[in-house]
Design a protein around this ligand. Structure first.
Ligand code: AMP
Length: 587
């Protein structure tokens, strides 16, 4: 594969030198022990994410620095300093204590981008509990499945989300002991069986003795989707903070005192690792924007907040591109020093668009829920290869491998495709899938963690994303498991079988498309199609539900009865059907 030319670096004249200056040298000199030494730790060898993120700064000169600047949908910005965040998170930990929450208990949120999410996440960690953020656009089914599987004891949400999605499930979730609501008192009092978080925080003690967690204690739970079965609960421990902290410096060029904006939703791993934790451990001011995407609003935030480092996603970049680069012209983006994106392939054109519209290229980087932090990146000081995810971070060993009967073998030839693999041992590596040891074990072979992504590596060590090795769908940066969508469709009385694929889309990367066949006695009318789409949306929520649905006579199945999504996709895209020897006759 010929390697496309690298993009010349554009740097602001007054920008400080990048934190990672010399790639080879940084790799040679790096050690996770040295990274760990940047943090304080707890007496006796303990480690707690919230201590490193908040308390460490609140005692020092950063006490009065703004930690979180909240931009509500309406109204003026609200600031929380490191000192105030220390107090609020202590109060939250005390609330949880009074509710009987202790070590290892699971505290969930179903919230948008609001500072209460940070307070609850960090308060739970101070209490020694485990934090799990759910995406507020989930429908009742994904919410129930995750709360059940994750043994959620406390859920923090809003009155509207509670009434619409959680209250109808409560009887089916006996383990969910408390629901705390963030909202105006009159709305909260209307929700029976739930408590008022603001009121509880006001009455709680402003100081809580941090529960001394060990580095290997479970801290975070992130649900992610696989091809089959229920969503997988990836378990992360307090030691992950070492990777969150140092990878933000290396891959995002983050430095103390920066203004930083991560646009990711806290219901996904990026919104926690790089939306909540890493900016705080690095002592920066984090922007939290409650509003939905709007190009003009986003440019205005970059300008008015004097954002230095911006971490966003390809879908968002493509939406900005659609509006046109002229939209950026009226805005002063001179504070911006570094822009990065993650979650899906970043089109080479988007990298160059960044130079024209923002005055800076966009740096693609790669990681996933299981890795907990950035593993492969285009760095501030290094040439970008548009379309490439970049090179492994210092401390990270990546390879292209092929599965064999004996295990795996490394693929060394430049440009050759295989599965992207990482050598285990970085601090934010997931430590298990909840209740699924077997599935966890299957992720490792021959001394490698197998990522499930197909990629290649060029002669200079840059990695190029090819696709997923499985049927998982990436839509607007979110992983969607086809099984979860098919299961919801099958609950409709008219549906006999369902198969779900990702269909390429110029903005969202992929959109979810469903194929269904009907039970006898039902007719494939437009009205039924609309009803099926509405049914899926009600159950699953807008983030997961199919955008397109086609009614077909029958779905292609293997002889063993499995729906062949690969074939559905090939037919949809007009691609060669590949090996169909296992196809059931007549399908
Ligand atoms: P998630 O676990 O939801 O964060 O999704 C992780 C998956 O997103 C990866 O396994 C990839 O398939 C995809 N992904 C993440 N970053 C990139 C990137 N920079 N380029 C291409 N795909 C990416």
């Amino acid at each position: 594969m010929p390697t496309p030319p690298a993009l010349e670096k554009v740097r602001r004249g007054d920008a400080p030198p990048p934190r990672l200056l010399d790639y080879e040298r940084a790799r040679a000199e790096f050690s996770w022990e040295a990274a760990r030494a940047q943090l304080e730790g707890l007496p006796g060898g303990g480690l707690n994410i919230a201590h490193e993120a908040v308390d460490r700064h609140a005692r020092g000169p950063a006490r009065d620095r703004v930690a979180l600047r909240f931009l509500p949908r309406r109204g003026p910005p609200r600031d929380l300093t490191y000192g105030q965040l220390r107090e609020e998170t202590d109060r939250c930990a005390d609330v949880l204590r009074s509710l009987g929450v202790g070590r290892g208990d699971r505290v969930f949120t179903l919230l948008g981008r609001v500072p209460e999410l940070h307070v609850v996440a960090l308060g739970a960690l101070k209490r020694g509990a485990v934090f799990c953020g759910l995406f507020s656009a989930f429908g009742p089914e994904p919410i129930q499945a995750r709360l059940e599987r994750g043994a959620g004891k406390v859920l923090v949400t809003t009155p509207a989300l509670y009434a619409q999605k959680v209250a109808p499930l409560r009887a089916r979730l006996p383990g969910l002991e408390h629901v705390l609501l963030v909202g105006e008192p009159d709305e909260v009092t209307r929700c029976e069986g739930a408590l008022d978080l603001w009121r509880l925080l006001e009455r709680a003690s402003p100081s809580h003795e941090l529960v001394a967690t060990a580095p290997d204690d479970m801290a975070l739970l992130h649900f992610t989707s696989g091809t089959t079965g229920l969503p997988k609960g990836a378990v992360h421990v307090h030691e992950a903070v070492v990777a969150h902290h140092v990878t933000a410096q290396l891959a995002l060029d983050l430095r103390e005192g920066d203004v930083y904006w991560c646009t990711a939703d806290p219901g996904w791993v990026t919104g926690v690792s790089y939306g909540v934790i890493a900016p705080l451990t690095n002592g920066v001011t984090s922007i939290i924007d409650e509003g939905d995407f709007n190009a003009e609003r986003w440019y205005r935030i970059l300008e008015e907040q004097r954002v230095n480092v911006w971490y966003t996603a390809p879908t968002a970049v493509r939406m900005m591109m659609k509006v046109g680069e002229e939209a950026a012209r009226p805005f002063d983006l001179s504070a911006l020093r570094f822009v990065a994106s993650v979650g899906e392939p970043l089109n080479p054109e988007a990298v160059r668009w960044g130079v024209r519209a923002l005055g800076l290229p966009i740096h693609d980087n790669w990681w996933q829920t299981e890795t907990g932090g950035v593993m492969i990146a285009n760095f501030a000081s290094q040439p970008i290869r548009p379309g490439s995810m970049g090179r492994p971070l210092p401390g990270v060993e990546a390879a292209i491998v092929r599965r064999t009967d004996a295990g795996v073998e490394e693929v060394h030839a430049p440009g050759e495709q295989g599965e992207l693999a990482l050598r285990p041992g970085w601090p934010s590596m997931f430590r298990g899938y909840l209740h699924d040891d077997e599935r966890y074990r299957r992720c490792f072979a021959g001394g490698w963690y197998l990522t499930g992504d197909l990629a290649s590596r060029d002669e200079d060590g840059y990695f190029w994303f090819v696709g997923r090795a499985d049927d998982v769908i990436k839509t607007s940066g979110h992983l969607v498991g086809p099984f979860e969508v098919e299961s919801a469709l099958l609950e409709h009385p008219a549906v006999a079988e369902a198969g779900v694929i990702g269909k390429p889309d110029p903005i969202a990367g992929e959109v979810v498309k469903a194929f269904v066949s009907l039970r006898p006695g039902h007719e494939g009318t437009d009205a039924l199609r609309a009803d099926l789409l509405a049914h899926a949306r009600r159950r699953l929520g807008a983030a997961i539900a199919p955008k397109e649905l086609e009614i077909v006579a029958a779905l292609p199945r293997t002889r063993s009865g499995k729906i062949m999504r690969r074939l559905l996709k090939a037919r949809e895209l007009g691609l060669p059907e590949g090996d169909t020897s296992t196809l059931e006759a007549g399908a």
